[in-house]
Design a protein around this ligand. Structure first.
Ligand code: 13P
Length: 352
């Protein structure tokens, strides 16, 4: 393991007030996003969409790393350049999703375990050779009556830690993503309790598996009220609850925390990240960044709709969201940013 390189890559991933772009939807998830917009659910359409993203002008001004999916990292842009190379040429670090998805956890109705450890060492070697320098693994924790169980939290935390250790052995920075889902009627307080318990358990397991904290990135959910909870707290209340939880559970040695967006609207995701950086930047030991998929991509996807002629407008929408989130890292995002950028239709639409 080259510790120095791992630490350096992790640091770069959250440097300069930039963040990560998740474009690693599995084929079923990508198809699910395409279907309501009438975009063909084909290898070709997925390739064209990913080319639209990576060829967005000036993307590297706001994005340090892009997470690819296995299908995409093997594909080329129209001019024959491998996606990982095209990304690196844009000054962006290529990353790769390496879990194989969340499956039902035996004996635990309503709960999931993320799979993908079998054969992972060899897959990581191949991805490194293809140019990837970081990886992602997402664990999914649902909140509901009697869940999450300890069995679910511990099984997922152990898998995350074993994945992270294998990544570091292979020279890849692990992005450790335990996602407490927003779906449900639960309160913000309940999300805070569950998130804190999950993060504590994850860091115990990371320690047990000898993961170098300086050479990883944490990708958590924000602490939010459930999407069906009647009480929806303000942006500042969400920022306070999220940072309080992280300060209690995330060791200071971790260089960066990069949130997932989890189905929040684009504007709320930016506003909440902004509020955290406005209110707490001087008190936080780690960089507080973003690793959004939907909250960066969704407006662009809705404009593109599979039409070549829509590519420039879609790229404009994509870079707009990337800029909003970079501003949020600096604590300089404000709602007026959504109005002042011209020729970006549908900015008030929420992410699916
Ligand atoms: P969202 O930002 O759409 O939640 O996706 C982030 C991600 O990478 C999920 O694994």
């Amino acid at each position: 393991m080259n510790t120095q390189e791992l630490v350096e890559t992790a640091r770069k991933m959250v440097a300069d007030d930039k963040g990560l772009l998740a474009m690693d939807e599995s084929n079923p998830t990508c198809n699910k996003r395409f279907a309501p917009l009438g975009i063909p659910q084909t290898v070709d359409a997925r390739r064209a969409y990913r080319e639209l993203i990576v060829s967005t002008p000036a993307l590297g001004e706001c994005i340090t790393g892009a997470i690819l999916y296995d299908e995409t990292i093997r594909q080329h842009t129209k001019d024959g350049t491998l996606f990982a190379k095209a990304i690196a040429n844009a000054g962006i670090i290529p990353g790769i999703k390496v879990d194989t998805g969340a499956k039902d956890l035996a004996g635990h109705p309503g709960e999931k375990i993320t799979e993908g450890l079998d054969g992972l060492r060899d897959r990581l070697k191949e991805y490194f050779q293809m140019g990837a320098r970081f990886a992602k693994w997402r664990a999914v924790i649902a909140v509901g009556a009697g869940i999450p169980s300890r069995g679910c939290i511990e099984a997922n935390a152990q898998a995350l830690a074993r994945y992270a250790a294998l990544c570091q052995e292979a020279g890849l920075v692990p992005v450790v993503e335990p996602e407490v889902l927003m779906a449900g009627e639960h309160s913000l307080d309940r999300c805070g309790e569950v998130t804190e318990e999950v993060l504590r358990t994850v860091f115990i397991q990371l320690h047990e598996q000898r993961v170098l904290l300086e050479g990883m990135i944490l990708k958590p959910n924000m602490v939010l009220p459930g999407s069906l909870c009647p009480r929806q707290e303000t942006v500042d209340e969400v920022a306070d609850a999220t940072v309080r939880c992280l300060l209690r559970a995330v060791p200071a040695a971790v260089p960066g925390v990069a949130f997932l967006s989890g189905g929040q609207s684009c504007e709320l995701a930016s506003a909440r990240l902004n509020a955290m950086n406005v209110r707490f930047k001087s008190r936080m030991p780690w960089a507080l960044a973003f690793s959004f998929a939907r909250a960066i991509q969704q407006p662009a996807l809705e404009i593109w709709r599979g039409e070549e002629s829509n590519v420039p407008a879609a790229q404009q929408a994509l870079i707009h969201r990337a800029r909003c989130n970079r501003a949020a890292r600096r604590g300089e995002y404000h709602a007026a940013m959504e109005q002042t950028s011209t020729n970006i239709p549908q900015l008030t639409k929420t992410a699916a």
